[in-house]
Write a protein that binds this ligand. Structure first.
Ligand code: SAH
Length: 327
């Protein structure tokens, strides 16, 4: 007689959907993380499954986890963000970089492109500087992080000051004109291999706070009447919303990129909402992109994607490939 399998007691050890090179495929090893960053210990407790975990609704706990992950896996010390700024989920942020590495490798016989010859522009690096920190540590790439928020940029500068290897490879630039991305920022004749961006995705402050309340409820927390939700992953106004939401933000970026077609070999952006894609594809067509890709990503239940586009002609792509093959 066949026996019905017992319901699994534990959540799966592998986090569904992450890129195979992601360092966070497996359940967090809290003993290892606490050894790397002892302050994490006070936030770790057994959850309903009997497993060690943290309270993901507690911003201090999420920050302590990030500090430990950044030391243990990326050698980044003294990472911190000012109160109220976005505290990024590290596994998902790392995924974007791994897929970008694949995008470059696909153009060079599948060979991963590592080292400081690869230059990446991170548009909106935030106070957390997360993409440059991970990308530099994992692939050795050089980064320029841009920001319109001078306070965020100052914090990014403090993180770099505590991390000499990162400081040597990452530079920061203030974009003084919030409606621009490349102009007034990229120097004449400068060419990046990649640009990347995690755009503010809500269209208004009201929408952003409704999103916060939804996340809060999903974490099983009750909100006292009249109390603003304290978001576990935080978020300062400009990190969460912009006029027209991510769709308008990315479409403006595409239009501007067409006017500086050789400043990046590949322009890319994260797209959180599938509903933003039709307008983005129309904008790419209107801009005359010579190539574009949509790269699907998943972090557990959450689906997102990267849209990548280029204005390089086939002969420019070829010249770039030959240059990379020669290295
Ligand atoms: N990269 C970080 C922060 C993303 S939030 C992360 O993934 O966690 C989006 C950021 O884009 C905000 O910090 C906002 O200030 C910045 N931003 C908005 N418009 C910008 C522009 N035109 N140029 C550069 N940064 C911009």
């Amino acid at each position: 007689m066949s026996k019905k399998p017992a319901a699994p007691r534990q959540a799966p050890a592998i986090k569904a959907g992450l890129h195979p090179r992601n360092a966070h495929l497996h359940r967090y090893d809290f003993a290892l993380l606490i050894a790397a960053s002892p302050e994490l210990a006070s936030f770790v407790a057994r959850n309903a499954y009997g497993d060690e975990s943290i309270d993901f609704a507690d911003p201090a706990a999420v920050k302590a986890l990030n500090r430990a992950l950044l030391i243990q896996y990326y050698g980044v010390r003294d990472w911190d963000i000012p109160p109220g700024y976005l505290c990024p989920p590290i596994p998902g942020r790392a995924d974007y970089l791994h897929y970008l590495a694949d995008l470059l490798a696909d153009s060079v016989d599948g060979k991963l492109q590592t080292g400081p010859d690869i230059r990446v522009l991170d548009i909106g690096c935030g106070a957390n500087l997360i993409y440059p920190l991970i990308g530099q540590a994992v692939y050795g790439w050089q980064f320029v992080g841009s920001e319109v928020d001078a306070d965020a940029l100052a914090n990014a500068g403090r993180i770099l000051a505590a991390n000499p290897a990162a400081q040597a490879a990452i530079s920061l630039r203030l974009q003084r004109q919030p409606e621009l991305f490349f102009r007034e920022l990229v120097h004449a004749g400068e060419c990046f291999d990649l640009s990347m961006c995690n755009p503010p995705f809500h269209a208004s402050l009201e929408q952003a706070s409704a999103g916060s309340q939804r996340k809060w409820r999903n974490l099983g927390k009750q909100q006292a009447a009249g109390q603003q939700p304290v978001l576990n992953f935080g978020g300062h106004g400009g990190e969460l919303w912009c006029e027209g939401g991510e769709e308008a933000f990315i479409c403006r970026m595409i239009a501007e990129s067409a006017s500086m077609p050789t400043c990046c070999v590949w322009f890319t952006s994260l797209v959180s909402k599938a509903g933003s894609l039709p307008a983005i594809y129309r904008a790419l067509q209107a801009a005359g992109a010579t190539a574009s890709h949509t790269i699907d990503m998943a972090q557990g239940q959450k689906q997102s994607r990267i849209v990548a586009w280029s204005f390089f002609t086939p002969s420019q792509q070829n010249a770039w490939r030959k240059m990379r093959q020669g290295r």
